[in-house]
Design a protein around this ligand. Structure first.
Ligand code: PLP
Length: 265
């Protein structure tokens, strides 16, 4: 295989020392799709299945050096953005993407971990919404993240549709709004909205009764891998959503808490 045939994807995100979420989940996902995974580490977390015990942010000059090194040598088909903990980090990433202009950017607007740990400073929300969201091919908020981006509650299925339109109006180019937090006893329904005039697509899966770690990271990086491989946005979202569902079905519990980590292989 010559180098022009190698498909590469870059994750700019946080490291999870527990190996379930963040950069570690992203690289496992890229590998499962046989996409060469590159990483720029935007945050380091000391973390296990019970929670986050410490966070360290590398200086933005070093973050930029990691991003530039990746773009200077590899043909990057898609970029996945995960935990970008501060306004300073977000602005550094936005500046780098403005220079390198990747074909696809999937923005997982990571804010609070399932364990309750805050992964984004409240003051950074505006930078994420105003600088990064308009650059992204797709933004993939869950409901609490969409509520923070919009500034109002989203608690019903019709409100989810409104929220998609609200995020498009706020500058998103496309939105995959994840419905897992809307527990009405039925299936999990994610909504894909690509323009205010196009119909919203629903992506549905049976709800699994387990507490999982790293699903958001995995979904966004599976979408990025599929976009890098040439899929259109709708196909990438559907294929990635199936991938997460299968990885959850085969998931395992590596730590002391009753938390499932996805099986990528
Ligand atoms: N740690 C890091 C570095 C992350 O990027 C994320 C989510 O994106 C999490 C932890 C939280 O993962 P979860 O909410 O699935 O537990």
């Amino acid at each position: 295989m010559n180098s022009s045939q190698v498909v590469c994807a870059l994750t700019i995100a946080g490291s999870d020392s527990g190996g379930g979420a963040g950069i570690q989940a992203d690289l496992k996902t890229f590998a499962a799709y046989r996409v060469h995974g590159l990483s720029a580490i935007a945050a380091l977390t000391a973390q296990h299945t019970r929670g986050v015990t410490a966070v360290h942010l590398p200086d933005t000059g070093f973050l930029r050096a990691q991003i530039d090194a990746c773009f200077d040598d590899f043909r990057i088909g898609a970029v996945k953005l995960g935990m970008l903990a501060s306004a300073e980090v977000i602005l550094a990433v936005a500046d780098a993407l403005e220079v390198h202009r990747p074909a696809h950017v999937v923005l997982d607007p990571v804010m609070v971990a399932t364990s309750g740990a805050r992964l984004l400073e409240p003051a950074a929300l505006a930078a994420l919404r105003e600088r990064l969201m308009p650059m992204a091919t797709l933004v993939t908020p869950n409901l609490p993240e969409a509520e923070l981006l919009l500034g109002h509650a989203v608690t019903t299925a019709p409100a989810m549709r409104e929220a998609c339109h609200g995020l498009l109006a706020a500058g998103a180019r496309a939105v995959l709004l994840k419905g897992g937090h809307l527990d009405d006893g039925g299936d999990v329904i994610d909504l894909l909205a690509t323009s205010r005039n196009a119909p919203i697509e629903a992506i549905r899966h049976p709800r699994l009764a387990l507490e999982a770690h790293g699903t958001g990271c995995t979904l966004a990086s599976a979408i990025a891998a599929n976009l890098a491989l040439g899929a259109d946005l709708s196909t990438a979202c559907r294929v990635a959503s199936d991938y997460v569902h299968r990885a959850l079905l085969g998931g395992y519990r590596p730590g002391q808490a009753d938390v499932v980590v996805l099986d990528h292989f």
